[in-house]
Design a protein around this ligand. Structure first.
Ligand code: SF4
Length: 608
C-alpha cells in the first residue's frame, strides 16, 4: 500500500491532488474491497450450506471482473436464475480450501488463479456446476478455458463456456444452458475422488546424448548461428525447415484458435517436423524460450504440451532453455554457452544490418550476398573455435568489408523499418516474406536488432522496481545482464560508428527514454513499450517509413503498436506508419496493397 500511495502521488502530481487525499482514498478503497469480499463470501457460504441440505444444483458462474456489467453479460445471470438455479461466483469460494491444486499452465494472474481454484472447487462438490463466461476475441482465455475444461473433465464434470460478444441475443446461451440442465438430470453425481495428474516427460541429462533437440525457427540468420553454438556444447539441435501452409494448418488444428498467431506458427512447425519422420519421436525433445512475463508466451510451453498430446506425441519432453526453474529440466545454459549465444546474436544483428544496408545499392549484383555467406561461415567457425579477441577482430573486419562494397552513392531509396512482435518480425513465413517484398518494391529494409528484445525484457526488471513492485535484487541482476550484452556489442558499436555507411544501435535505456514520451514503460506485456520505442528510434534515425506487424490475437502489441500510431503521427509530421495484421487467414493482396500505399507516400516524401 505504501508503494501504491507513493506511485499514485507521482502519477497524479499534475492533477493537483494532494498526497493526503490520495492516502485517504486508498485507505477507504481498501476497507471497501474487504467489505465487498466479505459480503460475497458470506453469500456464497449461505448458498453452499443450503444446497448441501436440499441437494439442489447451483451454478458457479465464473468470468472476468467486467463480466458483472449487465451491458456486457447481456443478463446471463438473470437467465440462469429464471431456471431456479442459485448462482455464486469464483470470488465466493476463493477462501474455501480444495484438495487438489494441480494445473498444467503457469498460474500467473490473480484472476486466473481464482478461476482455477473455482474449477477445483466445482470438481470437488457434486452439486456445483461451473459455467465460464468468456469474451469474443479474448486470447488470454484461450489458456484459461482450456485449463478450466481440463480440470473439470479430469474429474468427470461437465464444462460449459458461454462466449459473449456485442450481440445481445441470448438464444444460443439459452440452448446451451438447457442442454446443460438436461445433461445434469441424466448424470448421476459421482462423489469426488482425487485424480493424479500424469507426470510430464522430462529432458534428462541422458537425453543430451540420446535425443535430437527440436527448436522452432524464429529468426533464420540468428538461429543458424545459435545452432552452431549449441552444437559446440554437445546438444544435437535440429531447426526444422521454414513451415509451409500445411504446417500452419497443423498449428490451427492442435492449438486453440484464440491463441495468438505466433503460437500457431511455432507449434505447427514443430508438429509438422515430428510428423515428417525427420526425427524419431522416441528420441526427440523440444526446446522453447519462456519469456516469464505477463504475456501468453510464458505459456507456449504448456500450450505445446497439450497440442503434442492431441497429435499423439505426448511422450516428447518439452523444456525451456530459459524460464521458470521447473521448466528448464536438466538443460544447462552454462556461462560459456550463454556468452557464445550472445556473441552469435551480435554477429546475427551485424550481418543482418550491414547486408540490408548495402544490398539495394550494390553496383555488382550479388556481391553483398556473397560476402554475407563468407562472413556467416567465418562467424560460425569463430563461435566454435574463437575467443573474445577473434570475435572483436572479426566484427571490425566485417564492418570494414561491407563498408567497402561498391554502391551507387547517388541512388536514393525509401528506408522502411520493420517492427512488431518478435516472431512475426523476423520469421519470413509468419510475415509473408515482408523483407523480400519491400526489397522487390524498391525499398531499403531496416531491421531493429534481435538482441534489443532481450535487453528490453531485462530492462523491465528495472522499470518494475521503479514503477511497480519489482525487487532491488532483480534490478541489479538485470543491470548486470544488460552490461554483459553491451560488453559484447561494444566492438560492433564502435566499428559501426567509425564506418561510412552504417548507424550504431541505441542503448536500451535510450530506447526506453524515447518510448516514455508516448507510453508508460509500465507497459510490459508482449513487446510493450519497446514496440513504441523501436518506432520512435527509427523515426529519430531518419527511417520514417515503418511497417508495424501485429499478430492476430496479440492484445498488448495492439496497444503499444497500433494504439500509439496516431500520437506518433501527431508528433512526427512525416511518420509514415502502416499496421499489417498477420494471421493464417490474412489476405496477402490486402497486405500488399497496404504496403504499396505506404511506399507510395514514402516515395513522394523522398521526391520532396
Ligand atoms: S506478445 Fe502478442 S503474440 Fe506474443 S505472446 Fe503476447 S499476445 Fe501472444
Amino acid at each position: 500500500m505504501k508503494k501504491l500511495k507513493k506511485r499514485l502521488v507521482e502519477e497524479f502530481s499534475a492533477e493537483n491532488i494532494s498526497a493526503r487525499e490520495i492516502s485517504s482514498a486508498v485507505d477507504k478503497a481498501e476497507i471497501e474491497i474487504k467489505n465487498y469480499r466479505r459480503d460475497v463470501r458470506e453469500f456464497g457460504e449461505a448458498v453452499l450450506e443450503r444446497i448441501k441440505k436440499t441437494g439442489e444444483q447451483a451454478i458457479l458462474l465464473v468470468g472476468r471482473p467486467y463480466h458483472i456489467d449487465p451491458e456486457i453479460n447481456h443478463g446471463i445471470s438473470e437467465m440462469i436464475q429464471s431456471y431456479n438455479l442459485p448462482i455464486i461466483s469464483e470470488d465466493a469460494v476463493d477462501h474455501l480450501p480444495t484438495k487438489a491444486k494441480d494445473i498444467s499452465v503457469v498460474n500467473q494472474w490473480s484472476y486466473h488463479a481464482r478461476l482455477y481454484h473455482a474449477a477445483h472447487f466445482a470438481a470437488e462438490n457434486s452439486n456445483l456446476t461451473l459455467i465460464q463466461l468468456s469474451s469474443f476475441g479474448c486470447g488470454l482465455d484461450a489458456l484459461t478455458t482450456d485449463q478450466v475444461k481440463e480440470i473439470l473433465e479430469r474429474h468427470g464434470k461437465i464444462y460449459t463456456m458461454i462466449k459473449l460478444d456485442e450481440v445481445s441475443n441470448l438464444g444460443a446461451a439459452r440452448i446451451r444452458l438447457r442442454s446443460l440442465l438436461a445433461a445434469l438430470k441424466k448424470k448421476i453425481p459421482v462423489p469426488y475422488s482425487p485424480v493424479e495428474m500424469k507426470p510430464r516427460p522430462r529432458f534428462t541429462a541422458d537425453c543430451k546424448q540420446t535425443h535430437t533437440i527440436l527448436a522452432p525457427q524464429m529468426a533464420p540468420i540468428h538461429f543458424e548461428l545459435i545452432q552452431a553454438v549449441l552444437k559446440k556444447y554437445g546438444y544435437r539441435i535440429m531447426i526444422p525447415e521454414l513451415p509451409d501452409k500445411a504446417a500452419i494448418d497443423l498449428g490451427l488444428r492442435y492449438v486453440n484458435n484464440d491463441m495468438c498467431y505466433p503460437a500457431i506458427v511455432v507449434i505447427g512447425q514443430l508438429i509438422s517436423a515430428l510428423k515428417s519422420g525427420d526425427c524419431d519421436p522416441n528420441h526427440t525433445s523440444i526446446i522453447l524460450f519462456q519469456t516469464c512475463g505477463a504475456c501468453r508466451a510464458t505459456n507456449y510451453i504448456s500450450v505445446l504440451r497439450r497440442a503434442l498430446k492431441f497429435a499423439g506425441f505426448e511422450k516428447v519432453p518439452v523444456f525451456a532453455c530459459y524460464g521458470l526453474p521447473d521448466e528448464t529440466d536438466d538443460f544447462e545454459l552454462s556461462r560459456d554457452c550463454l556468452m557464445d549465444a550472445i556473441k552469435a546474436s551480435v554477429y546475427g544483428d551485424l550481418l543482418m544490418n550491414v547486408s540490408n544496408r548495402m544490398r539495394p545499392y550494390e553496383i555488382h549484383q550479388g556481391e553483398t550476398d556473397k560476402l554475407f555467406a563468407e562472413c556467416m561461415t567465418l562467424a560460425k567457425s569463430d563461435l566454435v573455435n574463437g575467443n573474445y579477441l577473434t570475435f572483436r577482430r572479426n566484427v571490425k573486419n566485417i564492418v570494414a568489408q561491407f563498408d567497402e562494397i561498391e554502391i551507387d552513392e547517388h541512388l536514393e531509396l525509401p528506408k522502411v523499418g520493420i517492427v512488431g512482435e518478435i516472431l512475426v518480425k523476423y520469421h519470413p513465413v509468419a510475415n509473408n516474406q515482408l523483407e523480400k517484398i519491400l526489397a522487390q518494391e524498391g525499398a531499403e529494409v531496416v531491421m531493429p536488432d534481435f538482441v534489443d528484445f532481450f535487453l528490453y525484457t531485462a530492462y523491465d526488471a528495472i522499470a518494475k522496481q521503479k514503477l511497480l513492485v519489482g525487487s532491488h535484487k532483480d534490478k541489479i541482476f538485470a543491470e548486470i545482464f544488460i552490461q554483459l550484452i553491451e560488453f559484447f556489442r561494444r566492438p560492433m558499436k564502435n566499428a559501426l560508428k567509425d564506418s561510412k555507411h552504417f548507424r550504431s544501435p541505441y542503448s536500451i535505456k535510450e530506447i526506453a527514454n524515447l518510448a516514455s514520451r508516448h507510453v508508460s514503460i509500465g507497459n510490459m506485456a508482449g513487446e510493450g513499450w519497446f514496440l513504441t520505442g523501436e518506432m520512435v528510434k527509427l523515426i529519430e534515425e531518419g527511417v520514417e517509413n515503418i511497417v508495424c506487424l501485429q499478430p492476430f490475437g496479440c492484445l498488448p502489441n495492439h496497444i503499444t503498436g497500433k494504439g500509439v500510431m496516431h500520437n506518433l503521427r501527431e508528433s512526427y509530421e512525416r511518420a509514415n506508419i502502416v499496421a499489417i495484421d498477420c494471421d493464417a487467414g490474412s489476405s496477402e493482396v490486402n497486405q500488399l496493397n497496404r504496403i504499396k500505399l505506404m511506399l507510395a507516400v514514402a516515395k513522394k516524401y523522398l521526391a520532396g
